[in-house]
Design a protein around this ligand. Structure first.
Ligand code: FA5
Length: 342
């Protein structure tokens, strides 16, 4: 082939077909090198084609030259793509059967308490509440003093505290975020404040030393106990179902006056009595009330113009009820057999 003299376009087209066929049949690096020397090397056929241009008549030279150049560029391009390597891979990969079922990749899931928090927040957000957050390590001022717990008053023992130092502690409830929110904003304020709280108390099926709460605060003109009741009933009906029985009882918190607590009929035992509800048939899920004027003042809301309601609900207790679980400790033990169910 090296000795042949190519002068017509037809001959060039024939050569193109031959070169392409040869390129397709390369199956290893040694054959590729031989191909490169034969066609693309310094003395290769495709280069010598151009050398012979000078011997061609003027008008033919241009078309022949252009086609010869094009052929060389195309072959170089195809050669660079090393099709024999890809072909080899395809051969090796025949052992792979794409129709076999894939290997399962274990995926994580959202912790049931996070899910519960999200679900509760979504309901309040749909009622027009905004979300705010505060620190878990708090000062005594925000956790107690600003919330109208008098100094040395036994009310401070209502929630046994983990102290970090004399003035710093792990917050025992989310109520301190009420003060932080009021300090920052002006009424109307309509916020929910989810987060973790810590209490140094006895651990049992319904109480743990850390748990989640969601605080609610609504401060505006003419906010009344009826608004509080309507909001909480609206929430309970959406969270449980329309038939869920709710009990409102008077209670005491230093930061609300009057104060109430809401119990929900234990749906594990349907009110018959079990270890989860301490055989009372009811589960206490939240505390609430009208914000005490001293608390409004501590948050910078002064004068008679504004009133407000606040509530604090326990996320874990609601999760026990909703998922029908009989021991709060399961949420914190990280037993994969338990968590995988969610
Ligand atoms: C409070 O913490 C008040 N800050 C709530 C409040 C806010 C009242 C605003 C008025 C206005 P209490 O200590 O009752 O209240 O706790 C609220 C809820 O947290 C309880 O109803 C219960 O659902 C949950 N809870 C309390 N202790 C535990 C515990 N040890 N383990 C799990 N959940 C708990």
């Amino acid at each position: 082939m090296g000795d042949q003299n190519y002068t017509s376009i037809e001959e060039l087209e024939k050569l193109t077909a031959e070169v392409n066929l040869e390129l397709e049949h390369i199956s290893d690096d040694a054959q590729a090198e031989a191909f490169r020397i034969k066609y693309l090397g310094k003395k290769g056929l495709l280069r010598s084609l151009l050398k012979s241009l000078k011997d061609l008549p003027e008008d033919h030279r241009r078309t022949f030259g252009a086609r010869a150049n094009q052929l060389r560029a195309e072959v170089e391009e195809r050669f660079k793509a090393a099709p024999w390597k890809t072909a080899g891979m395809e051969q090796r990969d025949r052992s792979f059967d794409p129709t076999l079922p894939g290997l399962p990749i274990p995926s994580g899931s959202i912790h049931p308490l996070s899910k519960m928090q999200q679900e509760i927040c979504d309901i309040f957000v749909s009622m027009g509440f905004e979300i705010a957050e505060g620190p878990e390590a708090e000062t005594e001022y925000y956790n107690f003093t600003a919330l109208n717990f008098p100094p040395h008053h036994p009310a401070r023992d209502m929630q046994d505290t983990f102290f970090i130092s004399d003035a710093a502690l792990l917050r025992t409830h989310t109520s301190p975020v009420q003060i932080r929110v009021m300090e920052k904003g002006e009424p109307p304020i309509r916020c929910i404040m989810p987060g973790r709280v810590y209490r140094n108390e006895e651990i049992n099926a319904r109480s743990y030393c850390l748990f989640g709460q969601i605080e609610g605060l609504y401060v505006d003109e003419n906010v009344s106990m009826a608004d509080l009741k309507g909001t909480l009933l609206g929430f309970a009906r959406r969270f449980f179902d329309e038939d869920t029985a709710i009990k409102i009882r008077p209670s005491f918190f230093p930061f609300t006056e009057p104060s109430i607590e809401i119990d929900i009929k234990c749906f594990l035992c349907k009110g018959e009595g079990c270890s989860v509800c301490k055989h009372s048939g009811w589960l206490e899920v939240l505390g609430a009330g009208m914000v005490h004027p001293n608390v409004l003042a501590a948050g910078g809301v002064v004068g008679d113009k504004y009133t407000g309601f606040a509530f604090g609900l326990g996320i874990d207790r609601l999760a026990l009820l909703k998922y029908g679980i009989d021991d709060i400790r399961l949420f914190y033990e990280n037993d994969m057999r338990f968590l995988r169910q969610f």
